[in-house]
Design a protein around this ligand. Structure first.
Ligand code: FES
Length: 90
């Protein structure tokens, strides 16, 4: 099955000190059944910290959607919603 969710975790300084370091544990917290459907990568800076309109760090991008004040539970919830929407009958 193709991966359907792309998660990019910002590991830049602003995000890292605001709690982003904890987000690096996201992969360990993914349910086993999601692991082949989610790609997790890192970025030195997603660029959202330069403009307050995006909210506050730490930032994560999930399929192109910016998630401010990201936490593992918030990201897991969003991934779950996206997978559920994808799997819903058309
Ligand atoms: S350091 Fe995270 S968006 Fe810039």
């Amino acid at each position: 099955m193709n991966k359907q969710i792309e998660v990019i975790i910002c590991s830049g300084t602003a995000c890292y000190v605001m709690g982003g370091s904890e987000l690096l544990l996201l992969e360990e917290n993914l349910p086993e059944s999601w692991r082949d459907r989610v790609t997790i990568s890192g970025s030195p800076c997603l660029g959202f910290c330069r403009d307050r309109q995006h909210g506050k760090a730490p930032f994560v991008s999930v399929n192109g959607t910016t998630v401010p004040r990201a936490t593992i539970p918030v990201i897991l919830e969003l991934i779950g919603e996206l997978l559920e929407a994808h799997d819903a009958p058309q």
